[in-house]
Design a protein around this ligand. Structure first.
Ligand code: 4NP
Length: 155
């Protein structure tokens, strides 16, 4: 039975948040807990509506056994604040955009994806879009640790 509806949010919805969705699904499945979660991702921007994840994101995830190819980009919408229990921002810019969009009474659903165990800088998942392949490895490392921490917190 679904107990937690989680929405992962970044800027473009083609790098970080599709990775976060795929990694969280993978970690939950490995723990035999996938039935408890309903997962999706979205971007605060609309540039990549309908697009699959960035090829570099797909390759870096697939190298760790995680297939992102079925995901498609979409922009976050006001209705998401009712449809999801927790809205997880990859960085503070995403967090601020979500708090601006949140309808009254729903801002408490929004938080940074990387939890309190991370230091103040590493609580953001850095945007890898304009950088090299090593940026995607860093995203995967941070997101794997964040997904495990979030799963432990919720179960
Ligand atoms: P993401 O990365 O927010 O992790 O999906 C980006 C992807 C695309 C753009 C920016 C960030 N863009 O400006 O198109």
């Amino acid at each position: 039975m679904v107990q937690h509806r989680l929405l992962f949010v970044c800027l473009g919805n083609i790098c970080r948040s599709p990775i976060a969705q795929g990694v969280f699904a993978h970690v939950a499945e490995a723990a035999g807990m996938e039935d408890r979660f309903s997962l999706d991702s979205a971007g605060t921007g609309a540039w990549h509506e309908g697009h699959p994840p960035d090829a570099r994101a797909q390759a870096a995830a697939l190298a760790r056994g995680i297939d992102l190819s079925g995901q498609r980009g979409r922009q976050v919408a006001v209705r998401d604040f009712r449809a999801f229990d927790m809205i997880l921002a990859m960085d503070r810019t995403n967090l601020a955009a979500l708090l601006d969009l949140a309808p009254p009474g729903h801002a408490s659903k929004v938080r940074l994806f990387l939890g309190d165990a991370y230091d103040p800088i590493q609580r953001e998942v850095p945007d890898p879009y304009y950088g090299g392949d090593e940026g995607f490895e860093e995203v995967l490392d941070l997101v794997e640790a964040g997904a495990r921490a979030l799963l432990a917190q919720l179960t």
